[in-house]
Every structure is written in C-alpha cells, then in structure tokens.
Design a protein around this ligand. Structure first.
Ligand code: ZN
Length: 51
C-alpha cells in the first residue's frame, strides 16, 4: 500500500498537478492521467500513463 504522506509529495510528471490514489492506481486530479503502481512503487512516467 502506498503511504499517504508519500503520495502527498508526488506530482504528476505531465502537468505537475496533485495526484490521488484511486482503485490501486494514481490519478492526477488536474489532467486525469492514470499512473500504474507496480510492486508497490508508483510509476510516474508520462509514457506509462493512461488517459
Ligand atoms: Zn497531470
């Protein structure tokens, strides 16, 4: 599980917006990109994002 404090430090690499955890994935609240979490590590790469 991702630490909420860690999540608060993360930002979307595409738009620098805030991200939140949703359904086991990380969702940008600004541009709505969805980033996967692989083995407990958030993969904040624009190339890995789903719109
Ligand atoms: Zn974003």
């Amino acid at each position: 599980m991702i630490d909420e404090k860690l999540l608060a430090l993360l930002a979307c690499p595409a738009c620098q917006g805030d991200v939140q955890l949703k359904d086991g994935k990380i969702v940008c609240t600004r541009c709505r990109r969805v980033y996967p979490i692989v083995d407990g590590i958030p993969v904040l790469l624009v190339d890995s994002a789903q719109q």
